[in-house]
Design a protein around this ligand. Sequence first.
Ligand code: RFL
Ligand code: PHB
Length: 390
Amino acid sequence: MKTQVAIVGAGPSGLLLGQLLSRSGIANVIVERQSADYVLGRIRAGVLEQSTVDLLAQAGVNARLQAEGLPHDGVCLAFGGQLHHIDLFGLTGKRVVVYGQTELTRDLMEARSAAGLSTVYQAENVSVHGIDGRSPSLRYRQGGVEQVLQADFIAGCDGYHGVCRASLPAGAVTEYEKVYPFGWLGLLADVPPVHEELIYIHHQRGFALCSQRSRTRSRYYLQCALDDRVERWSDQAFFDELRLRLPEAVRHNLVSGPSLEKSIAPLRSFVAEPLRFGRLFLAGDAGHIVPPTGAKGLNLAASDVNFLWQGLVEHYQGASDAGIDHYSRRALARIWKAERFSWWLTSLMHNFPDSGSFAAQMQAAELDYLFSSTAAMTAMAENYVGLPTD
Ligand code: RFL
Ligand code: PHB
């Protein structure tokens, strides 16, 4: 089999890249390790920047997002039991849209199958070959049969644990990493959200986040220990703990209900540099991870894909190779700023078990400053809604 761009991974990065390339007349095949249902079962992001929404419109997959996405003009932070509103739209002229990654992935999958484009699900033992030459290829097993897919380029959209970054020769990339000493326990339930805006809560018992998927579906998170296990948390115990961390102004609004999903995610900051080796490009979580506090992971995946798509279009139109040559540098300039913001908000809002009373006072002073300074709130708001894509 032969194609122009072989894409590894059918998460949001791979599906969006495939959709944009196809609409530009560039042939591509996506090879995914899991089944489509498995990919759709992963509950992850919920907040989209305007630039992500715009890119989805360019990709022609925004109909349901426009109808069902919830625009948010502000976001709340809670500290010392008080709720503080950050007026995102008033401070930046931009808003964010709440729309679940699951729904976005479903829209992209449906667009791909409606266009009759090729996605290989449940591909086993995917391996990457010849990326330092002119004709790279993927090998994999499907239904017990060995397959070879030749391509001009390979896009590694296969997430943090994928095969593409792991296949690079030793020393080809420098990796920067920070692992945080806690995780997030997430719960999804069909109960109305506790508040109209998202609330990021600093609390002595640990951070909590009140998010949502719709007016009838809530997504909540609790900071938990790294060695905690989902089985230790009944739904009742989760809601009891969340109630303790909520600011009083909204506590009475909390409605509990049976969970649709519960999972624990570790928190990590990670960047691989550069994002290109020969004819292989890394995009999305394959190249970088942010802790979810800043809601940036999916949005960064979208901006990587935008840069890569533009570069590949320029290449195939014979205009120039500048776009693919500069892909890594352009993408990383945006990635590092989102890494900084995600690290900052994570450091500000969580309880760090071993960092002592001085660090706790610094957090308190910084939060106090944030809520009293328009300049500080504007800096927070312009990062939250998303920095420019160029
Ligand atoms: P994904 O989604 O991990 O998809 C990678 C795909 O590659 C497949 N794969 C392979 N396929 C073939 N061969 C192999 N060897 C393979 N190895 C892996 C996998 O099966 C998978 O289908 O990466 P992608 O596409 O780059 O997308 C990234 C996003 O998923 C991620 O950044 C976000 O979910 C992060 N994130 C958030 N981002 C936001 O922008 N806003 C948010 O509000 C937000 N909230 C979150 C989040 C992530 C979270 N978790 C669980 C880490 C909240 C949480 C709790
Ligand atoms: C979510 O809704 O899952 C979500 C929202 C905001 C974040 C992280 C996760 O910062």
